[in-house]
Design a protein around this ligand. Structure first.
Ligand code: ZN
Ligand code: ZN
Ligand code: FE
Length: 753
């Protein structure tokens, strides 16, 4: 006989872990107990040593689908002669280091029951079990127990209670457990919040969608706006009602086979689509797809997800090839998640609302992923991934990092883990800013952390910076934007050694007060040095230049030629007067900060090629340039590398000249765009080789929003790897500002107290 005490940390609460252990102990005829505690789960088992060894192996290999084991420590203790195995109730206050699980798609077992006409939950849209269902979005506090979720509104019926209490049931301690007798229910309402009385709200909703109506549908982390994706008029009408919004709409289709009818799905994409997180995955459109024109204009990709709630499965049963399921908001507003608010804000967009009475406590947008260079890459890390922890190189002080201003997320560290929040959005919007503060408070309370420090961007006017300095009440640390991007990439890989950071993005406040964004750094998790950058270029109108790419085209043309050459087609729709005024502003330096931004160079080239003079969302022009580019170009345009004050400066004026001439001579835009991408990749490798010669570093980290560009990233990887560099790219954490808070948190947590 032997007795072992086993302590397991990770996501092991609220995921069916204790009943799993119970059944495993029965299988190996072991006696003892299992309970939740401050760190995770503690097990005491005694029995035959061989059985004990097999038991421990089976914990690792057979763990429940949602469980994440971060560590498992087993020690031998004195035999107590126990008989039987029991699940010991957890006591309040004992859950401190435990982790809340993310929201997860409905599992196979529940799906079976959902479509089994003999099951008591047949067609019940809120079916779930310990292996699936809502978690993070319904948690109001800790410990994770039904009274501290929004399921507190629904007392369990006797049948559900029996399942809840039965350790052999798949619903043992499943906090969101519910059935048609005791659980949440659907309702169809009109734009004024008035109930539309029908026998079956679901089939009426389907009928209306079939009819071309726009429906707001309450989901897991917020509302979606849905229309039949095959109905051109309905999609067009949705665009019209969403006002000027040109962002691509996401699609939802029943299963992989259906997706393959309109998009190209590789093995990696299929894995992402079918993962428990169920993100939106960017997939190349099929040439002959029959989806409506306006779903993803000027884009080679559709954003597609598979159903993730039972309600989605019911909606998609037989009627639709796919539904548009776009987050329910007007541009820049946060996604609607409360019923009254949804009716108010979406009343002019949706014809009807399919709602239910399970409250969403934490608004959480859909995550967005793609496959890049044969690896998954998260472009937005939100529902399904949050609040899963990211491992840090070691124990650190607890830090709150408040992120950037656009694509904001926040990050909290606890012990050797970082917790990056769900996507919050653009803080300039007041409602988003409120949501930002709620997110910080909620994360603090469910993680039970009191941060010692707050980390923020160097930009003095970001709302997040102002919050850190004026409202957080904590000692503050400023972290330079591009250093934070670099640290975020290093931290994701657990790399502590210094690397060459190639950090390209739209805009970040520089240490010299200029706007940076085409940066070559040398740095690690605690410090950095700037070793190279793009030539400083006037950015007429400041922030306005990010919305109006023609301004950067004008700036580059003036620098190249001193004036605008005749016949340039970069300025369609821009009046001569505007051109003259902005031209003068550039010469006199009025409201014209200097920038080394790579994103702004993309803007200028997109405008020069006549793709776009103005944009309706951040990065739109750059995205269009990538989409139109011929990916197999392998000829570089000329450029210059200057050496100024010990730094390497990339001067793209020869490139602008060559592109302008190519454009005049009628070379296809696709070829020019392809060569532009190739040139940047060649330039990156040349600069990294120079830095390696001087400093002996051969590790490169690519970060910043520009590296969402698949073509540029893959070309750059090829150039760098050909030259013998080891290259780190993002995967779990977005390269854009959505990953910035992680870098800020890591840098600040390593500062000497
Ligand atoms: Zn389930
Ligand atoms: Zn029930
Ligand atoms: Fe950035």
């Amino acid at each position: 006989m032997q007795r072992q005490k086993i302590i397991i940390e990770g996501i092991v609460q609220g995921v069916g872990f204790r009943p799993f252990i119970y059944q495993l102990a029965e299988r190996f005829s072991l006696a003892g107990s299992v309970c939740n505690d401050t760190r995770g789960v503690t097990i005491e088992v005694e029995g035959d040593p061989d059985d004990l060894a097999q038991f421990v192996t089976a914990i690792q290999s057979e763990k429940p689908p949602l469980a994440v084991i971060q560590s498992l420590e087993a020690e031998t203790v004195a035999v107590q002669g126990s008989s039987g195995f029991s699940i010991v109730q957890s006591r309040v206050g004992e859950i401190r280091r435990a982790q809340i699980a993310p929201d997860t798609f409905v599992c196979e077992d529940c799906l079976q029951e959902l479509f089994d006409s003999g099951d008591r939950r047949y067609c019940y849209p809120f079916i779930n079990c310990t292996n699936c269902g809502p978690r993070y979005t319904i948690v109001t506090g800790i410990p994770y127990d039904r009274p501290l979720t929004t399921m507190a509104d629904f007392p369990l019926c006797p049948e559900c209670q029996t399942e809840y209490d039965d350790p052999t049931s798949r619903r043992f301690h499943a906090q969101p457990n519910a059935c048609p007798t005791c659980g949440p229910e659907l309702q169809l309402v009109d734009g004024k919040g008035q109930c539309i009385v029908v026998a079956d709200p679901l089939s009426e909703a389907v009928r209306r969608l079939k009819d071309g109506q726009i429906l707001a549908i309450k989901g897991l982390g917020g509302y979606h706006l849905a229309v039949d994706a095959g109905n051109h008029e309905a999609v067009l009408e949705l665009r019209r009602r969403k006002q000027r919004d040109e962002k691509p709409f996401a699609l939802m289709a029943k299963d992989l086979d259906v997706v393959k009818r309109f998009a190209i799905v590789g093995d990696d994409e299929a894995r992402l689509l079918q993962g428990v997180e169920r993100p939106i995955v960017l997939l190349q459109k099929c040439d002959d797809h029959n989806m409506a024109e306006n779903i993803a204009p000027a884009n080679r990709y559709f954003g597609v997800m598979l159903p993730y709630t039972p309600l989605h499965y019911l909606l998609l049963q037989d009627e639709f090839e796919a539904l548009v399921m776009t987050s329910a908001n007007l541009s820049d507003e946060p996604i609607a998640f409360e019923d009254d608010e949804a009716c108010q804000r979406l009343g002019t967009i949706a014809d009807a609302f399919l709602i239910h009475n399970r409250r969403i406590h934490t608004r959480t947008d859909d995550s967005i992923a793609r496959v890049m260079a044969d690896r998954p890459l998260l472009l937005r890390r939100s529902r399904g991934f949050v609040p899963r922890a990211i491992a840090l190189p070691g124990e650190t002080r607890s830090v709150l990092a408040v992120g950037a201003e656009l694509k904001n997320t926040v990050c909290l560290t606890r012990g050797d883990r970082a917790f990056l929040s769900q996507h919050v959005g653009d803080l300039k919007n007041l409602e988003v800013y409120d949501s930002f503060k709620q997110t910080i408070n909620h994360l603090r309370s469910i993680l039970e952390v009191q941060p010692e420090l707050v980390a923020h961007d160097l930009h003095p006017d970001y709302y997040s910076t102002r919050y850190a300095l004026e409202e957080s009440g904590l000692p503050s640390v400023a972290v330079q934007h591009h250093h934070a991007h670099l640290a975020s990439c290093l931290a994701e890989h657990g790399v502590e050694e210094p690397a060459i950071g190639v950090i390209f993005d739209g805009i970040g406040y520089g240490a010299d007060g200029n706007i940076w964004g085409g940066e070559f750094l040398i740095g690690d998790l605690s410090s950095y040095e700037r070793v190279g950058h793009f030539r400083y270029q006037p950015m007429p109108g400041g922030d306005l230049a990010t919305k109006e790419p023609w301004r950067m085209a004008l700036s580059y043309l003036q620098s190249t030629y001193g004036e605008v050459p005749d016949g340039v087609n970069a300025f369609a729709g821009i009046t001569d007067n505007e051109l003259r005024l902005v031209g003068q502003a550039i010469m006199k330096g009025i409201n014209t900060p200097l920038t080394s931004s790579c994103g702004r160079l993309f803007d200028a080239v997109a405008a020069l090629l006549g793709l776009r003079q103005k944009v309706s969302f951040e990065g739109q022009a750059a995205m269009q340039l990538e989409m139109i580019a011929d990916p197999v170009q392998s000829q570089s345009y000329p450029y210059q590398l200057l050496h100024v004050d010990g730094q390497i400066v990339f001067d793209p004026l020869p490139l602008i000249d060559a592109i302008t001439k190519d454009n005049f001579s009628g070379r296809p835009v696709a070829e020019i765009a392809g060569r532009f991408h190739f040139t940047l990749a060649v330039m990156i490798a040349e600069i990294c080789i120079q830095v390696r010669q001087q400093r002996g570093l051969s590790l490169v980290a690519l970060s910043g929003g520009v590296f969402q560009n698949c073509l540029l990233t893959e070309l750059t990887l090829a150039q760098l790897e050909k030259s013998g560099f080891k290259v780190l790219t993002h995967s779990l954490v977005p390269p854009n500002d959505g990953g910035l808070a992680l870098g800020q948190a890591v840098v600040a947590s390593l500062l000497n107290p």
